[in-house]
Unconditional design. Structure first.
Length: 108
């Protein structure tokens, strides 16, 4: 995955999590949790901050990392930041993850 993409993984928050995202620090570390029984998206990876779910890794990215995260023996964490005005104007995403140093590799 190109470095520019690895540093800009969007989080899909939706209305259910928007209020939680607004209360987050501008920079933080989040925990990624692959959900093996999500009935809506079989490759779902939840994003947690302070033990609370704040959204999901964008499906087009989650699909490539889901199996590796399920198999990884420890919690997977990564840096995150609140979206800038430019991010919001471009994509509507409110939280951006940095996957450049994840301990798991994406599927091809």
């Amino acid at each position: 995955m190109p470095d520019s993409i690895a540093r800009r993984v969007p989080v899909v928050a939706g209305l259910a999590y928007a209020e939680r995202v607004h209360h987050l620090a501008s920079s933080l570390t989040v925990t990624l949790q692959a959900e093996k029984d999500n009935r809506y998206f079989p490759h779902a990876i939840a994003v947690l901050a302070g033990g609370e779910k704040v959204g999901y890794v964008a499906p087009e990215v989650a699909r490539r990392y889901h199996a590796a995260m399920l198999a990884y023996p420890a919690p997977v964490t990564c840096p995150a930041r609140r979206a800038t005005a430019a991010d919001l104007a471009f994509s509507g995403v409110e939280l951006v993850l940095d996957f450049s140093a994840l301990p798991v590799e994406p599927a091809p």
